[in-house]
Design a protein around this ligand. Structure first.
Ligand code: T1G
Ligand code: NAD
Length: 697
């Protein structure tokens, strides 16, 4: 239950926010806080007030689940105003996360004491498409200065207690019990006759505002991960702290907040926040299924993926043994890991000691037998089914009982790989994305025989190494790559119809994706896709559509790794459109009797999106994905889809509308034929005005 507990320690009233797990400022907490402050102020035996939180958080801010319905009074701003107005000193005892409205409560307190190691202070509202709406944009600049406040509010990134102490945001760092330290601090204030210290009473002298500060900040925004709106309003709100009285600044903050609160971008970002957390819930697996303990990891193959995966585990403090066939490949892989860690030390991301510790946890070997003690073994060798089956048969003989055996295959049949062992229940797909030490997504492929605790072990490992684990069933390319195939097929069609690679990439990137499809294929390697098309049965139409690209591969142009693909790449790795490639595509189009035309950016984006959605709906209908929001979480964390667009499924349901989307797909089917045949689920939902979330698969 959301509430505030009150206790007295001598002359100090301690108000403890209590709303597990992160003390979100739900109605009960706001009301409890307001009542607690009023009672403490009215109680003559109370000389000071301390506010703290229950458990691991001070407070993670406003209760996001209340946004849809709209928060009931008292509003958070009012509660904070009553806190700040207290004639008795109020001290925040920051016992952990103080984020968003949680930090704003602390800013309303007159002083702040923070627990050294566990406290994080931040205003992440921009990450969910809004801005600090309870005085944060007005009080923070008054306490730590304009530029530091702008950085915190526009980035949304938290700072540590020690950094906060340096900036003046925190008055004291507590080594021991933070509440005790805050009570002692409050008693010292009372004894020294020091009273309230209100941020709202501080003013910012406009003469001290660096010339052009806000314009420079606006100009430097670029492609902000929260989209075009929220960061701009954040800057405008902080700007209002410099050119009007506090109360007027608060009013301006509210106006700018309201502009954002209902925006589709904010709704998309909040959907993405909960979608990511929802992905962790596997309907048929209860809390009684415990993940296996993973203390050590083995990796087979020290290529692009093996080394990235190795780094992800080393960075998380887990010992890694990496195995290769050849000494040269092993040395190259180990060198790549060493260089990455050393560059992180050079860039100050980690200390030299931490760098050494991570390298000390790495063992390089040429013997698969050395994986005999590993709790988890991840195979990342060439994408060839026969080779992977041979390796899993060997692992079956080498690995200890109870070890989890995972494959990093990006397309192959996990059930066939598992069948090569006598323990298919221990086999699972763990599909990382390149670069595996950076990309947050981990597609976890549940085979027909995968045991529930094997699956939960993979999910727990994902969280432990800072990845977002999303479950997929077994099919060609699982969820992400299967949808990608449909999207890239449509790209091939538009290339032949007259859109240059730069037209398509420009349109899609202009709409928000981190990288256009042609540039992405050049990065991944055109030969990788070519080999997959050679090894797998694909439709005659898909083979026709890829003729131009296969010709480019035939010229030895495999993308960035060969200096040329759809684009040419100079030393700076910047892509340059290549008229020869555009001419090659035109020639192929002519050979296929395709009359080229200009394709408008809107049509390019629409066709890309609808191919993703249509394939996504089919995947949902087949039960390969557990829910539409999982598909969106995959595209946001693995394919550079902007979170402020929610994801392909959310876009179709909340922006285009499923009926409209179905009608458009039917229209494209008339023009282009069966590759556009409407997914039955989409047809049903359009018919019944249903939703993906309400859909019964
Ligand atoms: N409201 C409601 N539920 C929340 C929540 C919040 N603010 N924060 C977390 N939860 C739930 C979450 O959904 C999950 O639920 C559980 O708590 C544990 O979270 C006026 C208006 C705090 C860093 O943006 O970034 O204040 O899945 O799994 O990985 O200016 O949660 O278990 O059912 O994420 O350790 C601003 C959002 C709000 C912070 C913890 N605050 N939260 O991460 O655990 S807007 C935020 C987080 C605001 C004011 C405005 C993270 C976390 P379930 P978790 P975690
Ligand atoms: P890669 O060619 O860079 O590396 C493969 C490595 O496996 C090579 O170093 C090779 O020497 C080694 N190897 C081959 N047989 C071996 C054996 N029997 N024992 C030990 N090592 C052996 O390939 P990659 O890009 O790292 O891909 C590896 C796997 O990951 C493939 O299944 C691929 O589909 C998948 N994958 C790749 C990407 C990507 O973007 N490259 C992304 C996700 C998944």
């Amino acid at each position: 239950m959301a509430k505030v507990d009150v206790e007295k320690r001598g002359e100090v009233a301690v108000l403890r926010l209590s709303n597990s797990p992160v003390n979100a400022l739900a109605h009960g907490v706001r009301e409890g806080l307001q009542r607690g402050v009023a009672a403490a102020v009215a109680d003559p035996s109370v000389k000071a007030i301390v506010v703290t939180g229950e458990g691991r958080a001070f407070s993670a801010g406003a209760d996001i689940t209340e946004f849809r319905a709209g928060p009931k009074p008292p509003a958070l701003g009012e509660v904070i105003a009553s806190l700040e107005a207290s004639p008795k000193p109020v001290v925040a005892a920051l016992n952990g996360l103080a984020l968003g409205g949680g930090l704003e409560v602390a800013l309303g307190c007159h002083y702040r004491v923070a627990a050294k190691s566990v406290t994080q202070l931040g205003l992440p509202e921009v990450k969910i498409g809004i801005l600090p709406g309870a005085g944060g944009t007005q009080r923070l600049p008054r306490i730590i200065g304009l530029e530091a406040a702008l950085d915190m509010i526009v980035s949304g990134n938290p700072i540590t207690a020690s950094a906060a102490a340096k900036s003046g945001l925190v008055d004291k760092i507590a080594e021991g019990d933070v509440v005790e330290a805050a009570v002692a601090f409050a008693q010292e204030l009372v004894a020294s006759g020091k009273g309230a210290r209100r941020a709202s009473e501080k003013t910012i002298d406009p003469a001290t505002v660096p010339a052009g500060l806000f314009d420079k900040k606006r100009a430097a925004l670029g492609r902000h991960p929260s989209g075009p709106l929220a960061p701009k309003n954040c800057i405008a709100a902080v700007e209002a702290s410099t050119d009007r009285p506090f109360a007027e600044g608060l009013k301006r903050e509210r106006e700018l907040f309201s502009e954002l609160a209902g925006s589709p971008y904010a709704r998309a970002l909040q959907y993405a926040f909960f979608a990511e957390r929802q992905a962790a819930n596997i309907p048929d697996i209860g809390p009684d299924v415990k993940p296996r303990e993973i203390k050590s990891v083995g990796i087979l193959g020290a290529g692009t993926m093996g080394t990235g995966i190795g780094l992800a585990f080393l960075n998380a403090g887990i010992p890694v043994t990496i195995v290769e066939t050849q000494q040269a490949a092993l040395d190259k892989g180990a060198q790549r890991i060493r260089e990455t860690i050393e560059s992180n030390v050079r860039r100050g991301r980690i200390t030299a000691d931490e760098g050494e510790a991570r390298l000390a946890r790495l063992t390089a070997s040429l013997a698969t037998e050395d994986l005999g003690t590993a709790d988890l073994i991840i195979e990342a060798v060439f994408e060839n089914l026969a080779l992977k089956k041979e390796i899993f048969a060997k692992l079956d003989a080498v690995a200890k009982t109870g070890a989890v055996l995972a494959t990093n295959t990006s397309t192959l049949d996990v059930d066939a790989i598992a069948a090569a062992t006598s323990r298919p229940g221990d086999v699972v797909g763990m599909h990382f994305f390149s670069p595996a030490n950076i990309m947050r997504l981990l597609e976890i492929v549940r085979g027909a025989a995968t045991a529930k605790d094997t699956l939960m072990t993979a999910m727990a490992v994902a969280k432990r190494i800072g990845k977002v684990g999303v479950v997929s069933g077994v099919c060609f390319g699982f969820i992400g790559n299967r949808m990608l195939e449909a999207y890239l097929e449509e790209v091939q069609a538009m290339l032949l119809e007259g859109a240059a690679p730069s037209d398509i990439d420009g349109a899609v990137e202009g709409w928000g994706l981190a990288m256009g499809p042609n540039a992405m294929m050049d990065l991944a390697g055109l030969d990788v896709g070519h080999r997959i098309r050679q090894e797998h049965a694909i439709s005659e139409e898909r083979r026709r559509l890829y003729r131009a690209t296969d010709a480019i591969v035939g010229m030895g142009r495999h993308g960035q790794k060969t200096g040329a693909g759809y684009y040419t790449y100079g030393g700076d790795r910047k892509r340059q459109p290549d008229p020869d490639i555009e001419a090659l595509i035109r020639k192929e189009a002519a050979a296929q009797g395709i009359v080229q035309r200009r394709i408008a950016p809107e049509e390019i984006v629409e066709r890309c999106l609808l191919r993703l959605v249509n394939e996504g709906a089919q995947i949902l209908d087949e039960g390969i994905a557990l829910r539409a929001s999982d598909i969106d979480t995959i595209y946001l964390n693995g394919y550079g889809f902007p979170a402020w667009r929610g994801g392909p499924m959310w876009q179709a349901e909340n922006v285009t509308g499923l009926r409209e989307a179905a009608d458009k797909i039917r229209a494209y089917e008339k023009t282009y034929g069966p590759r556009w045949s409407l997914a039955p689920l989409l047809g049903r939902l359009a018919e019944s005005s249903g939703t993906f979330t309400g859909a019964k698969t």
